[in-house]
Design a protein around this ligand. Structure first.
Ligand SMILES: Nc1ncnc2c1ncn2[C@@H]1O[C@H](COP(=O)(O)OP(=O)(O)OP(=O)(O)O)[C@@H](O)[C@H]1O
Length: 261
């Protein structure tokens, strides 16, 4: 994939307000709105690794949803590689998500009735790119090998450990070689060893594929591995670290493969 010097994401005075419909004690319905995010400005460079942190309920997932074009801001603009998301319709935003954006969630969200191989093939088979569609099986095998799971191709999600399921989810997110990867608490449901393995993989793949990585986390150690940390507080975004250079990453899987030779 060709990378550009254009920022991956730009948010310009982005606000998100939701209207709540409350039933009051005298049975009148009263409308109340809450502002989750208020005039957020943000620019994320191509290939950068950025952590979004903040207390529970501060608006991290809301911001991720807006940046991914899953939801639209109440005010303000978001640009994805120079394309203004608010002028696109839902189908056009979905096409960008299919081709250029990968997602990893804390709940893994694999399709339970599909094997590991079929889960990874799925985004390639649904791609608008006919070459990728025709190579879905070969690429899925390649990505499952990269995450150390070539011996688990025919396993269904319920036959895999949590760490293995998240590695399948990572292979699935990378198969379309997205420009940008969003990870929402990617290691929160895993034990320390598996959590670190998954995090190592994310950073290694971010480096080898030059994927921009935006992750939401409660874990300060994980945030520290990113070049920049942004904190949401009272609906505002506060930059808490200066931009750092990327660290050289060698994953535990690479190490294990090397040691086995
Ligand atoms: N559609 C909605 N209607 C009403 N309130 C909402 C809606 N979406 C989010 N909220 C509220 O907005 C706030 C931010 O939610 P969000 O899920 O973005 O927080 P978060 O920082 O990701 O939280 P956590 O770390 O607990 O996952 C919360 O108080 C939530 O209850």
């Amino acid at each position: 994939m060709n990378k550009t010097s254009q920022p991956a994401l730009v948010a310009n005075k982005v606000s998100k307000t939701v209207v709540l419909n409350n039933q009051s004690s005298n049975n009148d319905s009263e409308e109340r709105s809450i502002t989750i995010l208020s005039e957020i400005d943000l620019s994320i460079e191509d290939g950068e690794t950025v952590a979004i942190v903040g207390a529970s309920g501060s608006g991290k997932s809301t911001l991720l949803g807006l940046l991914a074009g899953l939801d639209l801001p109440s005010k303000g603009k978001i640009e994805f590689y120079g394309k203004a998301l608010q002028v696109l319709d839902e189908e056009e935003r979905a096409a960008i998500r299919r081709s250029d954006i990968g997602f990893i969630f804390q709940q893994f969200l694999l399709v339970p009735s599909l094997t590991a191989l079929e889960n990874v093939m799925l985004p390639a088979e649904l791609s608008d790119n006919s070459t990728l569609r025709s190579e879905a099986r070969r690429k899925a095998k390649e990505w499952l090998d990269k995450v150390g799971l070539s011996h688990r191709l025919d396993h269904f999600p319920n036959q895999l450990s949590g760490g293995e399921q998240q590695r399948v989810a990572i292979a699935r997110a990378f198969i379309t070689e997205p420009k940008l990867l969003f990870a929402d608490e990617p290691s929160a449901n895993l034990d320390t060893v598996n959590g670190h393995l998954v995090e190592d993989l994310l950073f290694e793949l971010n480096q080898t594929a030059n994927t921009t990585l935006v992750l939401v986390t409660h874990d300060p150690a994980l945030a520290k591995r990113c070049q920049r940390t942004l904190e949401i507080k009272d609906g505002q975004l506060i930059e808490t670290t200066a931009t750092k250079p990327k660290l050289a990453e060698v994953t535990s899987i690479e190490r294990a493969k090397r040691d086995a030779k």
